[in-house]
Each structure stands twice: as C-alpha cells, then as structure tokens.
Design a protein around this ligand. Structure first.
Ligand SMILES: [Zn+2]
Ligand SMILES: [Zn+2]
Length: 347
C-alpha cells in the first residue's frame, strides 16, 4: 500500500480565457506520469509573464490553464521511473518544463531555444494550485537558507535575471530598467560581483528608488532622467519598448542593452548613431538547466535576500493586478490553502 494524492481534490486558480479573472476551482490533483513528480505546492511566485499570458499577449497557452512557474514545494508522489528526488524533498519548478534534447539548439547547449520546448504554467499546468506535476529532469533542489515563500522568486525572477546579467559580460556600470521582482534580486548579485548598479523606475516612483538604494544601487532615478555616468550595459525588465531607446542613449561605446522579458510594446525607430560604435541590443529567452543550477548555488552565497508580499492562493487576481499597477515592493508570492485536501490511499 502506498499513499497517493493524485485524484484527490485540490484548490486551483484557473484561467479559462484571456482577460477574464482567474476562477477558483476544485480539481482532481494531477497524476505524475513516467519520470515525473507530483509536487505539493508550498509557494508560487507571480511573474510578469503570467500577466502577459493573462492579457493574451503570448501566442498559444493551453486553455483552460493553471498559471505559475515559480513553484516551491515538496515531492509528494513519484511517477514510474522517477528516482531523482525522495518523497518529501523540497524542490523548485521553473518556466522550462521540458525540451526534446535532439534539436540543433539542444545539441549545441542552447536548450532554452529548443524548437519543441514546453513551459510550466503555459503548455502545462503550473503552480497556482495545491499540486503540480513536473518532469523530474527540470526540477531543482532549493537551498536550505530560504523559506518557501522567499525561495519562490528565485525560480524565474532570479533565474532569468541571472541569465540576463550573464549576457552583459563584465560590464561594470549596469543599468536596471524597471525595479521589480527580477531587478531587486539581480541588483544584489551584480553588486556582489563588483558592478555598480544604476536603477531606473517609473518617473516619480520614489519608493522603488529608495528600495533600489537600500539594495546597493549607487544611483536611482526615473527612467526619464539620464544617469550621471554612461553605462556599460543595461537590462530592461519593464515591458516597455521605448526603454530600449532610452537605454541606448545612456550606453557607453561597445555597450549592450539586454531585454529580459518575453513580451514588450513596440520599439520606436531611432537614429543609427545610437547603435553606432558597436553598441548591441539583444533579448534573453527562457533559461537552461545549467542557469538554474548555477544560480541556485550562487544565490545563498551572495546572499540574495528576496522581499516578498504573500497572498493566499484565492487572491491570485489581486496579486496580478497589484503587479500590473507597480504597487509591489519585490515579488508577489501565492501561498496555497494551508488545509490539505483529503488524501486517498490506493495499492
Ligand atoms: Zn530541442
Ligand atoms: Zn517568469
């Protein structure tokens, strides 16, 4: 006899179609397939990408869909041949849910660009629920020094932010445009690496500017203001195309603008002289498993401290709208109902 949870009732917040509030639902907990684990969700971070999916700005989400790809939880049940984690072990589930391992991108160490990649909380149901299934090859151990809620933002804001930071090479003067969930983590890593951080917020958002200074930014101001020095690189976290041009204007020769988000408004045209002198613009897409392993090893050594606002799962709509309004300090995290569903036992 072995306890199993799948099939039991679980609470979930479901997106039925774009631009309609998530619906509180009672669903059967999913069953882990071959090589998968069933994770009891303890915390799930809310990401800007969730808002883009909600708004219908990404092409093809599964619908109905359970959003959420910054999952921290414990392994509840293992599917056939899943042996990597023990029952009860604490794990994190990120955006990258599965790759084919055989396409030209996977074979050249670029699985983040896999032609057949699947993503958590987009192609598969995610963590705005009490349980989620994940392929064990795309699940990571969570450092002990973080509690569940504070670990959740590491899983995307941290990981994709870290990949973006890596793309800036050895840039010493680093601009961060949009000081939300990702920037508040990456500012700490950048400072740890000896870089100087210049933080740009919405004009007039003095609270976020003060927050950035608390986290070690040498300068913080509105994105309508030029920084006091040229920048060697800039990372754009806000989904605002104009900021690409704004950041180009602030760059030193040879500098780079990295766009970290999955979606942004159109980029206005700009004079070629802004790009001249070997300035570059690039995007960062998704993450590789190596990014996750490296970042989860690095974060406790910095140590990265995340600032979170916790919401019960059934307030997921409020968390999304507060993120949209830019009202959050740090990261929003959903905490599923503390009451466990009935557990059925089967042989
Ligand atoms: Zn592939
Ligand atoms: Zn994300």
């Amino acid at each position: 006899m072995r306890a199993r949870t799948f099939g039991a009732a679980m609470h979930a917040m479901v997106l039925d179609r774009a631009r309609t509030p998530l619906r509180a639902a009672e669903l059967a907990a999913p069953e882990p397939g071959r090589g998968q684990v069933l994770v009891r969700v303890r915390a799930c971070g809310v990401c800007r990408t969730d808002l883009h999916i909600y708004d219908g700005e990404l092409a093809r989400p599964k619908l109905p869909l359970i959003l959420g790809h910054q999952i921290v939880g414990t392994v509840d049940t293992r599917g056939r041949d899943a042996e990597r984690f023990a029952i009860g072990e604490r794990v994190g589930v990120p955006w990258l849910a599965w790759v084919d391992s055989i396409c030209r991108y996977c074979r050249s160490g670029r699985e983040n660009l896999c032609e057949h990649a699947r993503f958590t909380g987009y192609d598969t149901d995610g963590g705005y629920a009490q349980f989620a299934v994940a392929d064990e090859g795309f699940v990571f151990r969570i450092p002990d020094s973080y509690d569940d809620a504070h670990a959740a933002p590491l899983m995307c804001a941290g990981l994709v932010g870290y990949r973006s930071l890596r793309m800036t090479g050895d840039a010493e003067r680093l601009g961060l445009y949009g000081f939300g969930s990702s920037a508040h983590i990456i500012a700490q890593v950048a400072r740890h690496q000896g870089r100087r951080v210049f933080a740009f917020t919405r004009p007039g958002d003095v609270a976020s500017q003060a927050f950035a200074r608390e986290l070690g930014a040498v300068w913080a101001g509105g994105s309508d203001i030029a920084p006091p020095e040229e920048l060697d690189a800039a990372i754009i976290f806000a989904p605002v195309g104009e900021l690409i041009v704004t950041a180009l204007r602030a760059l030193a020769r040879g500098g780079m603008v990295v766009s970290a988000g999955i979606h942004m408004s159109d980029i206005p045209s700009f004079p070629y002289e802004l790009l001249w002198e070997e300035r570059q613009i690039r995007s960062v897409a998704n993450l590789t498993r190596r990014d996750a392993e490296e970042f989860l090893e690095l974060a406790p050594r910095v140590p990265v401290k995340t600032e979170v606002t916790s919401y019960p799962l059934d307030r997921a709509n409020d968390a999304l709208s507060e993120m949209r309004a830019g009202k959050l300090r740090g990261s929003a995290v959903l905490i599923p109902d503390a009451v466990p569903p009935d557990v059925v036992t089967a042989s």
